[in-house]
Design a protein around this ligand. Structure first.
Ligand code: SAH
Length: 348
């Protein structure tokens, strides 16, 4: 076999084919996938014969590695759990499990580091090291669920990395995670957050996954957005919002915008009005939701968060102008909140 098998990155069909090639019966695929979903090492796989377990642990053939917990922080306030995971090549990534009334949702990383360069973000401080495989994205859910002890039924791709900059692996992850043979998580409970790679948003609109697209907007005009998000010089606000509108028109899925409020930069009531105008201009009566995120302070960055009152005024202004907006509940305020910080500190 020329390339090593990434066991967790295989679809059911590929797993069957790989087993056949290795001289194993294809019915083992379903059994294996059950064990993979439990995060079980080969020696726990009681209904799998030794010959196949030996294949799974043979690193000349393939890699079966679940992200390993190297640090875990539990919020004593709301039960949010943040994990620092180690991958097979010792790269570190983060995931966060959040408890909601409707179930547990995990925020997963899609890359080790990030090359998008947003000026307020911790994930991009060391640049991008590498893309995660589909199995490494899936593995975060598996390892977190094994530790957390409860089913995780929702996924947001809002951890470290830009998911659309790792397009093929993210699509493969979506294919696997929604499969009844794997974790069987419904696409309506999955959202993907992007800083605005327009070519990939257009491609995503043609895929078969009814996931929610969240767009990190963070500014109301190009000169403001250029300053904090380098991607804006490639695809500006007009190109981005046109792509988002097309995404809705093709998929019928409501677009969600993330808007991180940075004190004195983008959080004045005038900017709230401009944001409302912008959204109405492009979306008219189409459903849109604005998710306001009070900035999480990052030591290396000079930006500051505004006061609670500023945040509330911004949110109220949007709602008064007919734009559906909410402030993101601050989960786990007593643990390293925003993604990228744990990894960054550990790497230092
Ligand atoms: N690359 C994707 C997902 C990454 S992060 C994206 O850009 O959407 C998820 C969200 O958190 C994004 O909206 C991102 O802009 C925001 N974010 C990053 N750093 C932040 C910080 N320090 N405080 C608040 N929000 C932040």
């Amino acid at each position: 076999m020329s390339q090593k098998i990434q066991w967790l990155s295989l679809t059911s069909e590929e797993l069957k084919a790989a087993l056949t090639e290795l001289g194993q019966p294809s019915f083992r695929a379903k059994q294996l996938q059950k064990w993979f979903c439990l995060g079980a090492p080969a020696d726990e796989m009681t209904n799998i014969p030794k010959s196949l377990r030996d294949i799974l642990t043979n690193e000349d053939i393939g890699i079966l590695h679940y992200p390993k917990i190297v640090k875990k922080q539990v919020s004593s306030i709301d039960g949010t759990v943040k994990y620092l995971f180690e991958l097979h090549d010792l790269q570190l990534i983060e995931s966060v499990v959040m408890k909601y009334e409707h179930g547990n949702t995990i925020c997963v990383s899609t890359q080790a580091g990030c090359r998008m360069g947003c000026k307020f973000c911790a994930s991009t401080l060391g640049g991008k090291v590498r893309d995660l495989t589909a199995g490494e994205i899936l593995g975060q859910i598996i390892s977190a669920q094994r530790d957390f002890g409860e089913r995780i039924s929702g996924v947001v791709m809002m951890g470290i990395g830009e998911p659309l900059d790792n397009y093929d692996n993210v699509m493969r992850f979506l294919d696997i995670v929604g499969s009844p043979d794997s974790l069987n998580i419904g696409y309506r409970h999955i959202s993907l957050s992007s800083c605005g790679l327009v070519d990939k948003i257009n491609r995503l609109a043609d895929e078969k996954y009814p996931i929610t697209l969240s767009i990190s907007l963070h500014a109301t005009n190009d000169s403001e957005r250029d300053k904090i998000m380098p991607i804006n010089s490639k695809w500006n606000i007009d190109a981005l919002l046109c792509a988002c509108r097309d995404y809705f028109d093709k998929t019928g899925r409501r677009i969600s915008f993330e808007y991180t409020l940075i004190s004195g930069e983008n959080d004045s009531p005038e900017q709230a009005k401009k944001l409302a105008e912008l959204i109405k201009k492009y979306f008219r009566s189409r459903p849109v939701h604005v998710n306001l995120i009070p900035l999480n302070h990052v030591d290396e960055r000079s930006f500051r968060a505004g006061s609670r009152a500023d945040v509330k005024t911004f949110c109220d202004t949007l709602n008064a102008l007919g734009v559906n907006a909410t402030v993101r509940r601050r989960l786990g305020p007593d643990i390293d909140a925003s993604c990228g910080q744990l990894r960054h500190k550990a790497n230092k």
